[in-house]
Design a protein around this ligand. Structure first.
Ligand code: NAD
Ligand code: TDX
Length: 357
């Protein structure tokens, strides 16, 4: 039996890998991962556990096969709810659930500590109690801080922890707890650290969908500082394919960087977007910088490439084209995401009103 295209693991795993517990699966990356799993592994069932915060969206799960995917609303920091939802047949917990936006963590870190830190510990404890086989922690390059610009240096799995925002610090703390569960209790864990994702269904508080949505509405695009901060961009499905491999074949206790060797200064990202959309550069508006703004992220993905044979499938151009096309086709999704509390957030963060569409 083949688990998925390219699967090289033991056949016996196919029999035990019957159910996966995904947390945060109504968010941007989690929902892409759920789709990928359902497409790639025919017999698999998924329990999708998500609190539906402002970033969680049931629209992201539209059209999924209800016989293999079930949604449970719950908070990962609530141990009773987690234990109630986690079955003993679970092969792996894949933890996407998090408060994920740096600017919000600067405004108020409280939820970041509860969800990202306490929530991760609750999941680790529950996974042990239910005899779950593997625990995948979806982490971020930001735990390693900022790299100098114009130097040929990259984050490796051995780079020191140097988180600079409350968000990054909370994700670093979560990683420590995952490591501790592995070392102390022998839980089979894998940690992945990815760069900046882009693609369909990303909440428009994040830079790329915010810029895209504003450009489509001819609204100014706020660029922090001098726009020369560098991020390492990856198409969301490439990240998810790497996570699938890590879940299947990753070494117990390992950390893997996931990056597409695609470093770009923010200003170039906006310029690529505007060019593809046929919109003028005059929409770019330089605004006050983010406090503690990390200058550069760049990942060395050699380990996952050599150990697990992962390679990204999308180029920056093909991924951007797919992303733009999706947002153009799904204006209703964007309108709904930008209604309600998002309008207050935008006013508070940028000092002006956001367009409706
Ligand atoms: P997102 O904000 O789009 O989604 C987060 C999801 O988690 C939402 O559905 C939300 O409802 C849910 N959630 C939040 N708090 C919860 C709680 N207490 N209990 C249960 N569910 C809760 O985030 P995303 O961009 O999809 O990121 C997913 C994960 O990947 C996060 O752990 C993030 O740190 C990590 N990550 C993201 C990126 C990126 O570029 N977006 C890069 C690297 C790593
Ligand atoms: O309005 C903006 N203007 C701007 O210039 C916003 C929202 C962002 N930016 C800049 C800040 C960053 O240099 O764009 C870059 C990307 O910003 P975000 O989309 O907020 O992402 P970042 O802070 O890099 O963090 C992201 O990547 C790592 C995700 O949000 C995290 O969840 C992930 O862990």
């Amino acid at each position: 039996m083949t688990l998925f295209k390219g699967w090289e693991g033991p056949d016996s795993l196919a029999e035990i890998m019957q159910e996966i517990f995904v947390t945060g699966g109504a968010g941007f990356i989690g929902s892409a991962f759920v789709r990928l799993l359902l497409d790639e592994i025919s017999e698999l069932r998924i329990r999708n556990f998500d609190a539906l915060t402002y970033a969680g969206n049931l629209d992201n799960l539209e059209g999924l096969d209800g016989s293999r995917h079930s949604f449970i609303r719950g908070n990962i920091a609530d141990s009773e709810a987690v234990l109630g939802a986690l079955s003993e047949n679970t092969y792996a917990v894949v933890n996407f659930a998090a408060e994920s936006h740096v600017d919000r963590s600067i405004a108020n870190a409280a939820e970041f500590l509860t969800t990202n830190i306490v929530g991760t510990q609750v999941l680790l404890d529950a996974a042990r109690e239910r005899g779950v086989k593997r625990f995948i922690q979806v982490s971020t390059d930001e735990v390693m801080g900022s790299l100098p610009e114009n130097e040929d240096v990259f984050f490796t799995e051995k780079s020191p922890f140097q988180p600079n925002s409350p968000y990054a610090a909370s994700k670093a703390a979560a990683e420590h707890l995952v490591r501790a569960a592995h070392e102390t209790f022998g839980l089979d864990t894998v940690v992945t650290r990815c760069g900046n994702n882009y693609g369909p269904r990303q909440f428009p508080e994040k830079f790329l969908p915010l810029a895209l949505s504003n450009a489509l509405n001819d609204q100014p695009i706020p660029v922090y500082g001098d726009g020369r901060n560098v991020r390492d961009w990856i198409y969301v499905d490439d990240h998810c394919r790497a996570l699938l491999l890590a879940m299947e074949k990753g070494r117990a206790g390992a950390v893997y960087n996931i990056g597409a060797r695609n470093e770009r200064p923010n200003i170039e990202v906006v310029e690529s977007l505007l060019k593809t959309l046929g919109k003028p550069k005059s929409l770019i508006r330089f605004v006050k910088d983010r406090p503690g703004h990390d200058r550069r992220y760049a990942l060395d993905p050699s380990l996952i490439e050599t150990e697990l044979g992962w390679r990204p499938q999308e180029t920056w151009e093909s991924g951007l084209e797919k992303t733009i096309e999706w947002y153009r086709q799904n204006t209703q999704w964007l309108e709904r995401a930008k209604s309600g509390a998002y309008r207050d957030y935008y006013r508070e963060q940028y000092g002006e009103e956001v367009s409706a569409g």
